[in-house]
Design a protein around this ligand. Structure first.
Ligand code: CA
Length: 491
């Protein structure tokens, strides 16, 4: 199955032992359910302590191990890309145990969907966690994941790549890997595969790492670019910087969360942040378009290019920050355009970015309909202007602002990154005051949540990570029709 299946309604019997309680989360390539093991249609029930399944339904204790038979709850992960089924089932058959792995109690295919079931211990899902995490938790996540990967590699189990959907967060903040994408079982894990797996872990770590932790950011970026081909090497590199970074704490003044939404299969949004130096911070959100192998490539390439162009820039730059930002934006545009030409596709992306200098001046640059907002004294104002057909009609007085959002042509963009060489980013400059909050976001947020509701959420939650999560929740509540990415930063 290549399309995400319809979700199973509450009460659906699943496999031999389970009943669906409800869908808890959709994410890229996965659906998550809660389930229980109440099955009145079965005369016998399974003991989850010894796995014997011959106790009568009415028994209070297992006929074999005498463990009490209480009703239990389970987290069920469902996936539908058939290619990965067999390696995963082979992996489950090996019954590997490790503190960093949540081992399934059952894994089976039903109606072209692979279900993986683990006991539900109140864990949260990493896809709901906004960045950044405290350094201590980033180290914890890295060490746990590396330990589990090291074990799998010695057992000749290759993990294709890690994604946030593979991470469970226990109530005490520790993490476990689950429902992994397995590449192969039963042959030595090749170097190239190890590099890829470690790079995918490093990307997760970098994105959860505070941008102020510059040394850690650099380490993870190196790993992402293939500096380590074994878990030991990467682990030792983390150990070397552990003591210097583990206890550093940062003010909760920024957050980012990117989410696939409720209808799309693929998250084509991208984001990044870069604390160039203490006086100069950069934030970017891009929303790619063009479908699979296009949209997510375009937004990733634009984001990576603009970040690399700005990395050497300093607050004291003689040419001026606005010029530097414009040049970097242009470079990102041309990188996407060149890539699109080489591939013969028409990929493109929106991009909105924010450069904050000395905590006093914000420079925004925008192309497309991702947006920048300012929350000042409790009032949210849109700083950027969409390059969209409906916005043009609003400017001409032919459409009311409130009609624009639901207009059938609301998705037509007049300017995008990567469509032509030398796009003109629109620049905005804002003098900042202490306590200001800035937000940049993709249209998946503002299309689903109106400005007054965003304002109310930002005013209600002073912790930006909680605000980010609530904003994504609100976008889901509004329909979740598109990918949602938002980045909040407080001055
Ligand atoms: Ca979008």
């Amino acid at each position: 199955m290549s399309e995400r299946p319809m979700h199973l309604p509450q009460g659906t019997p699943l496999g031999e032992h389970f009943t669906i309680e409800g869908l808890v989360r959709l994410t890229e390539g996965r659906m998550f359910y809660l389930a229980n093991d109440i099955r009145p249609d079965r005369t016998l029930r399974k003991c989850w302590a010894c796995l014997n399944d011959e106790s009568p339904r009415s028994a209070r204790a297992c006929v074999r191990c005498k463990a009490p038979l209480t009703d239990r709850r389970f987290l069920v992960s469902a996936r539908w890309k058939v290619e990965g089924f067999q390696p995963y089932l082979d992996f489950v058959a090996r019954n590997e145990r490790h503190a960093g792995l949540a081992s399934p109690v059952a894994a089976f295919v039903e109606a072209d969907v692979l279900y993986s079931v683990i006991p539900y211990l109140g864990d949260g899902l990493m896809v709901d966690e906004a960045s950044p995490l405290p350094n201590r938790r980033v180290f914890g996540l890295g060490q746990r994941a590396l330990g589990a990967l090291a074990r799998l590699h010695t057992r000749e189990i290759a993990v294709a790549s890690l994604q946030r959907a593979n991470l469970l967060v226990a109530q005490d903040g520790t993490m476990r890997l689950f429902d992994l994408d397995i590449a192969s079982v039963g042959r030595p894990v090749e170097r190239e595969q190890r590099v890829t797996t470690l790079a995918s872990l490093a990307e997760i770590l970098r994105r959860y790492c505070d941008p102020e932790a510059i040394g850690l950011q650099r380490l993870f970026l190196d790993a992402e670019r293939g500096s380590w081909d074994d878990t030991m090497g990467f682990g030792r590199a983390m150990e070397r910087v552990h003591n210097a970074w583990v206890d550093r704490a940062y003010l909760p003044r920024l957050a980012v969360l990117s989410d696939v939404g409720l209808l799309r299969q693929l998250n084509e949004d991208n984001w990044s942040w870069l604390h160039v130096e203490p006086q100069l911070q950069f934030y970017v959100v891009a929303d790619g378009m063009g479908g699979h192998d296009c949209g997510e490539i375009a937004s990733a390439l634009a984001v990576e290019t603009i970040v690399e162009r700005l990395r050497p820039v300093r607050a004291s730059d003689p040419v001026g920050l606005e010029t530097r930002l414009r040049e970097a934006f242009q470079a990102a545009n041309n990188a996407v355009k060149d890539h699109a030409d080489a591939k013969g596709t028409d990929m493109g992306t929106t991009m909105v970015c924010l450069l904050v200098a000395e905590g006093r001046v914000g420079y925004l640059a925008n192309v497309g309909d991702s947006r920048g907002y300012l929350l000042r004294d409790g009032v949210l104002d849109q700083l950027t202007k969409d390059h969209s057909w409906v916005q043009k009609m609003v400017d001409k007085g032919k459409l009311k602002a409130e009609e624009a959002r639901h207009h059938p042509h609301s998705n037509i963009l007049l300017r995008t990154v990567g469509t032509d060489h030398d796009v003109e980013p629109e620049m905005f400059r804002v003098e900042l005051l202490p306590g200001d909050r800035l937000m940049i976001c993709s249209d998946g947020l503002w299309n689903e949540v109106d400005d007054r509701d965003m304002e109310s959420i930002l005013n209600t939650y002073s912790d930006p990570r909680i605000a980010a999560r609530e904003l994504v929740r609100a976008a889901h509540h509004g329909g979740g029709k598109d990918n949602v990415t938002l980045l909040v930063v407080e001055v």
